[in-house]
Design a protein. Structure first.
Length: 103
C-alpha cells in the first residue's frame, strides 16, 4: 500500500509540488501542516482527503496537457489506481483478487 508520503514524493519528483505544505494545501485541501501531522502521529489520511487527491490525480492523468514532463500520463494513471485502492480498502475488507493482489 502506498503511503501519503510516497504519493507526495512522487508528485515532488514530478515537479508538481514544491513542499509538504503546498501538497497539504493545494492537493489535499487541508491546513499546511496536515501531512506532517499525519506522519508524526502515525495516522492515515482521511477518506475525504484520499477522495480529493484521487480526483485531482485522475483528472491530470486523463488530460495530456495537464501531465508534466517528469510524470507521464501512465505514471499518473498508476498513481490514481493506487489511491483508488487505498480508498477501496477503507470502504471494505480485503477481497481475493482485489487491490491487495496487485504487485
Amino acid at each position: 500500500m502506498m503511503s501519503l508520503r510516497a504519493i507526495y514524493q512522487f508528485l515532488h519528483r514530478a515537479g508538481l509540488v514544491r513542499s509538504q505544505r503546498q501538497f497539504s494545501r493545494e492537493w489535499l485541501r487541508r491546513q499546511p501542516t496536515y501531512v506532517s501531522c499525519c506522519q508524526s502521529r502515525s495516522r492515515e489520511p482521511s477518506l475525504e482527503v484520499l477522495l480529493t487527491l484521487y480526483d485531482r490525480v485522475r483528472r491530470m492523468s486523463a488530460s495530456p496537457a495537464d501531465a508534466p514532463e517528469a510524470a507521464s500520463q501512465k505514471d499518473l494513471g498508476h498513481l490514481a489506481t493506487e489511491i483508488r485502492c487505498m480508498i477501496g480498502r477503507r470502504l471494505r475488507p480485503a477481497e481475493p483478487g482485489g487491490c491487495e493482489s496487485n504487485p
